[in-house]
Design a protein around this ligand. Structure first.
Ligand SMILES: Nc1ncnc2c1ncn2[C@@H]1O[C@H](COP(=O)(O)OP(=O)(O)O)[C@@H](O)[C@H]1O
Ligand SMILES: [Mg+2]
Length: 169
């Protein structure tokens, strides 16, 4: 199986559908990084994923709080956003490292702002704006757990039809 996959996401509903498909591959210990400009759809995708896991309440952007925690059945899911970090050491100062363990799930927006202080991801998602006003998502699996999540996402159906070859860069 390839470790890289790319999707065209023509509208918000497509981003949400991909978040729901990703939820099918969520297992304890999974770490997903979401990179992309402001407004690229990182929170939209995370929100759909968290809802698909069974969280019925609101899903706020963690931009101001830095982290929002969801307890879904017995699963702890941490949704981080490090946009406001001025240096990667803030990750260590905040004591966030302890949340990256084998029993919790971590979604991380703006991982580059915590850089080398962050544990390694299983799956990296890159969201881009496209010229037609939609989005494109590239997913790169770095571990077996990430690959299993990517495979589950692909077989979740619906969004599989949107798969295209990764854009040249
Ligand atoms: N595939 C898409 N095509 C067009 N608009 C989208 C798409 N996915 C999400 N959006 C819109 O773009 C915005 C993304 O905002 P948000 O998810 O908060 O981005 P981020 O967290 O990356 O800053 C929302 O207004 C959402 O409705
Ligand atoms: Mg966001």
């Amino acid at each position: 199986m390839e470790n890289t996959k790319c999707w065209r996401l023509p509208d918000e509903a497509a981003t949400q559908a991909l978040g729901e498909a990703l939820a099918q591959g969520v297992v304890p210990g999974l770490k997903i990084f979401l990179a992309g400009d402001l407004g690229a759809g990182k929170t939209t995708l995370s929100r759909a994923l968290i809802r698909a896991l069974g969280h019925a309440g609101p899903v706020k952007s963690p931009t101001y709080a830095l982290v929002e925690v969801y307890v879904i059945s017995s699963l702890y899911l941490y949704h981080f956003d490090f946009y406001r970090f001025e240096s990667p050491e803030e990750f260590l100062d905040a004591g966030f490292g302890e949340h990256f363990n084998e029993t919790s799930v971590c979604l991380v927006e703006w991982p580059e702002r915590a850089a080398e202080c962050l544990p390694a991801p299983d799956l990296r998602l890159f969201l881009h704006h496209t010229a037609d006003g939609g989005r494109e998502l590239e997913a790169v699996a770095d571990t077996e757990r990430g690959q299993a999540c990517l495979n589950a996402t692909i077989s979740a159906g619906g969004v599989a039809a949107c798969c295209v070859a990764p854009a040249p860069r």
